[in-house]
Design a protein around this ligand. Structure first.
Ligand SMILES: *Cc1c(COP(=O)(O)O)cnc(C)c1O
Length: 220
């Protein structure tokens, strides 16, 4: 099945209000161009350098999402090109993003990354830590950041119940933030969860943003 057809099929599976972010990391320029030509406008990258390179190649209607861990010393390079940062994983990073937004006189949409997987070594705030931070309004203090939701990556496992349970917890956390009146932005609702191998489970748990790479580009 050609790439364009796989993209169309994936799109047809999305409920209303769900954004597909096509993760273009490691893909050829030719393949990414075909996806753009098929009408896709939201793209994700996990390295600053590749995001900047691609953003410079594409018309301004393409929206570039930073989905990988972001080092503070790369913020300046990234900011002119990025539409949304999915990987806000420390307050020091938030400070740096905010400072650079002030300089550029822009705002930036961000998602707070929460560590929901069992594996060590994935980035993100712990659940309890993030509850405490929302409770004390920590994310609302950055005047240039619009913190519009949460992002999480599930454990890499075949155990669907495990993965689904982790997505449930992320959604519950989002609902807790909203119900408690702790939402840092009136638009706080996004749940960025679901990749190639688990996006159907993520959709079933209320994902609003899928980040799909390999599963779209690779021939099944
Ligand atoms: C690579 C990556 C994805 C996409 O993963 P696939 O398995 O290729 O769909 C999604 N999110 C993040 C943070 C990634 O680094």
């Amino acid at each position: 099945m050609p790439l364009e057809e796989r993209l169309a099929r994936l799109r047809s599976e999305l409920p209303k209000g769900v954004t597909l972010v096509v993760v273009s990391k490691y893909q050829s320029d030719e393949a990414v161009q075909r996806v753009y030509d098929a009408g896709q406008r939201d793209f994700g990258e996990n390295h600053v350098q590749s995001l900047v390179r691609r953003a410079e190649q594409y018309p301004k209607d393409a929206r570039w999402h930073m989905v990988g861990h972001l080092q503070r010393n790369k913020v300046r390079q990234l900011l002119p090109h990025v539409w949304m940062v999915h990987s806000l994983d420390s307050l020091r990073l938030a400070e740096e993003l905010n400072r650079e937004c002030v300089k550029l006189e822009r705002r930036l949409r961000c998602l707070v990354q929460v560590h929901i997987a069992q594996e060590e070594g994935k980035y993100g705030f712990g659940e309890e830590e993030v509850r405490a931070l929302f409770r004390e309004g920590a994310f609302a203090r950055f005047e240039r950041l619009d913190v519009v939701g949460l992002m999480g990556m599930a454990t890499f496992t075949q155990d669907e119940a495990q993965v689904r349970g982790e997505f449930t917890r992320l959604r519950a956390l989002r609902d807790w933030v909203v119900a408690g009146g702790f939402a840092p932005s009136p638009e706080f609702r996004e749940l960025s969860m679901g990749m190639s191998d688990d996006y159907l489970l993520a959709l079933a748990e209320g994902s609003t943003m899928l980040r799909v790479g390999r599963g779209l580009f690779a021939e099944p």
